[in-house]
Design a protein around this ligand. Sequence first.
Ligand SMILES: NC(=O)c1ccc[n+]([C@@H]2O[C@H](COP(=O)([O-])OP(=O)(O)OC[C@H]3O[C@@H](n4cnc5c(N)ncnc54)[C@H](OP(=O)(O)O)[C@@H]3O)[C@@H](O)[C@H]2O)c1
Length: 245
Amino acid sequence: MNDILRYDGKNVLVVGGTSGIGNGIAQSFLAAGATVHVWGTRPSAADYRADEGSRLEGLNFSRVDVSDAAAIHAFRPPFDRLDVLVLAQGAVEYRRAEFEDKGFRHVVDVNLNSLMSCASLFHPMLKAAQGSMIIVSSIGAYKAAIGTPAYAASKAGAMSLTRSLGAAWIGDGIRVNGIAPGLVATKMTKVTTDHPQRLQGTLARIPAGRIGTPQDMANVALFLASPLATYVVGHTIPVDGGLSA
Ligand SMILES: NC(=O)c1ccc[n+]([C@@H]2O[C@H](COP(=O)([O-])OP(=O)(O)OC[C@H]3O[C@@H](n4cnc5c(N)ncnc54)[C@H](OP(=O)(O)O)[C@@H]3O)[C@@H](O)[C@H]2O)c1
């Protein structure tokens, strides 16, 4: 790998790094030489299974429920330096649950409010390291989502927060940017990817002719956190095979 994309000696935390896209990002930073920490919801690393697409070998796991702001602020990091913070946590509720207060609030807490709690908790460490933060939103932010209004609204909020924190924190030497994935097969998207007709319908609209992989997202995360992207600030890059183009 080109040295400019190496992360030897760097500390990385991937919130939502136990599964899917976040797990792919965490494993890629590990392969690039970083010490990588991940947060998830289960009691221990042993509770994650490879057949669900989770690989926790080499990653330092902590359990933090990010729907609870107090739990985030109570976290005592097992590291005193942080170079890269990736916020890849995400939740969605189907069967019209997001049309009820409880479901709407839970999704907004996980997908939007927790971003600010995590960002503010780690702001001092990121400033000290002149580090980088990457927010994972979604191309679902760009248009109506008739079954999941909290998901779409929270992801639009995540993109807006990426712009604002990008502008607000570049003066502190912290670069904030984002990734907006298209469709990637994860436990969140089984409802589509395990359903041949729905999958075919989406595939037909993807110019690249295939769905994305966690590695596709990780490649852009490694770029955004690297010196190759020093003049990229406050932007969210769609990584969707052209789906939203
Ligand atoms: N897959 C796609 O097609 C797609 C498209 C656009 C955007 N995205 C976004 O990409 C990100 C990753 O999603 P994914 O598809 O990789 O789904 P996933 O496999 O379900 O991963 C979601 C991650 O968020 C964590 N998480 C969920 N609720 C949490 C909570 N209350 N506290 C702490 N952690 C929590 C999960 O922890 P556990 O492993 O413990 O459950 C997991 O690590 C999300 O922000 C999602 O909205 C995904």
